[in-house]
Design a protein around this ligand. Structure first.
Ligand code: SF4
Length: 406
């Protein structure tokens, strides 16, 4: 394996389907992790058939990107049949790595598909170098996905002491319990969190009782965690020698994946261009960009907050809002006419909008007119998933995103 400690850090994006995978790569992800229909957690987000995974590998290769596949369920005896064939198929398709938590899966991969790298899932809760060393020596893993609960000094120590890559979470959902060590969902819904069925029971609304008496005062509470937003720690993670920065969110939308990946791509590139030192204003600009796609409360994780007292969402009135920023996607561009055809998403009028293109800062323009395929001129677009023509003052590409201007 290439020595990752001298190469540029990997930006690792989630993808819930092939379209989101392609958008993540287009917007600058170095690698994408996804789940097949078997052996993966987040089974509701695992929409990849074997053909889709093969297509994702082909597409990634064009961009010099890599595909990692989660094979991270904790299998019971009945889950094991078919595992060997699946791992062999992943290797043959050109998948770079599997992300696994079970020694059974890891040993099987080493035996039947030795070209696959094995990345140890965060479900193994590695928070110290001895654990990582033991797992490297006994299971031959190539990378450890560190527990989200690691502090920055722990990340530095584990990474510096190991002859194995480390991967750290930088953005997205957190488990309020140590990832994978929770049975709330199993007990409340009979859906096994460690076999891909987590019902996010920690995010439900609860009423508090003292005996038979409700003491909630009509104020329901949740136990969910705020989302991770570790943009301010990226320079330190790079300096620590971490190999990969991971965004969580295989259930997230195409817009979320594209916008968050794009914003982190620009931040990471900017850091490398400036010896890992950005002014406070510049860092704030990047943080604002990242937050445009975020619709939950956030905190900056355990990196310098070991007590995590502010990380819980206690009240049901502070949960996620739906973002309406995503207005349309470019279907085609006509250079001679200076127009493009777009496919609509959220409603908009003749207003100032911004184009989000890969590896570029946002470009704004005012939509002067819009018309349907039948030539009808519109003042506003209300219907999603219809094609409209608009004039545009600069070049765009198919799949570029049009969103509300700031
Ligand atoms: S119920 Fe909440 S804490 Fe438990 S596994 Fe699911 S997301 Fe994590």
């Amino acid at each position: 394996m290439e020595n990752s400690k001298v190469r540029k850090i990997e930006l690792l994006s989630p993808a819930g389907d092939l379209q989101r995978c392609k958008m993540a790569i287009r917007y600058g992800a170095d690698a994408v992790y996804l789940g097949g229909r078997s052996f993966s957690l987040r089974s509701r987000a695992s929409n990849f058939t074997n053909e889709d995974i093969a297509e994702a590998c082909r597409y990634a290769k064009e961009y010099g990107a890599r595909i990692h596949v989660t094979v991270n369920m904790i299998p019971h005896e009945e889950d094991l049949p078919g595992l060997e064939e699946y791992l062999k198929a992943l290797e043959a398709m050109g998948v770079t790595a599997i992300i696994a938590a079970s020694p059974a899966v890891i040993q099987c991969a080493k035996r039947v598909a030795p070209k696959l790298e094995v990345h140890l899932s965060t479900q193994m809760s590695v928070t110290n170098s001895d654990a990582a060393k033991f797992l490297k020596e006994t299971l031959g893993i190539d990378r450890v996905v560190l527990a989200r609960e690691c502090s920055m000094p722990e990340v530095k120590k584990i990474t510096s002491m190991l002859d194995v890559e480390t991967e750290a979470f930088i953005h997205g959902g957190m488990c309020v319990n140590y990832s994978g060590r929770c049975t709330l969902s199993n007990r409340m819904t009979l859906r096994d969190a460690n076999r891909g069925g987590c019902a996010q029971s920690c995010r439900w609304n609860y009423e508090l009782f003292d005996g038979d008496t409700s003491v909630s005062n009509e104020r329901l509470f949740t136990m969910g965690s705020k989302d991770l937003f570790a943009a301010k720690h990226i320079a330190d993670l790079i300096k620590a020698g971490v190999s990969s920065l991971k965004i969580e969110g295989r259930m997230k939308t195409e817009y979320y994946v594209s916008a968050v990946v794009s914003a982190y791509r620009n931040l990471i590139d900017d850091l490398y261009e400036h010896d890992l030192q950005l002014s406070e204003e510049r860092l704030l600009e990047h943080q604002k960009e990242i937050m445009r796609a975020e619709n939950r409360e956030v905190w900056d994780g355990f990196y310098d907050n070991p007590d995590a007292v502010h990380s819980i969402i206690y009240n049901n009135d502070s949960n996620a809002n739906v973002s309406q920023e995503f207005l349309a996607k470019v279907v085609s561009y006509n250079r001679e006419e200076g127009t493009c055809v777009i496919e609509t998403r959220n409603p908009f009028v003749l207003e100032e909008v911004e184009v989000l293109s890969p590896h570029k800062e946002g470009r704004t323009f005012k939509i002067e007119w819009m018309k349907t395929g039948d030539g009808e001129m519109l003042e506003r677009s209300k219907t999603p998933m219809v094609e409209l023509m608009i004039p545009i003052p600069f070049e765009v590409e198919k799949e570029d995103i049009i969103r509300r201007a700031r």
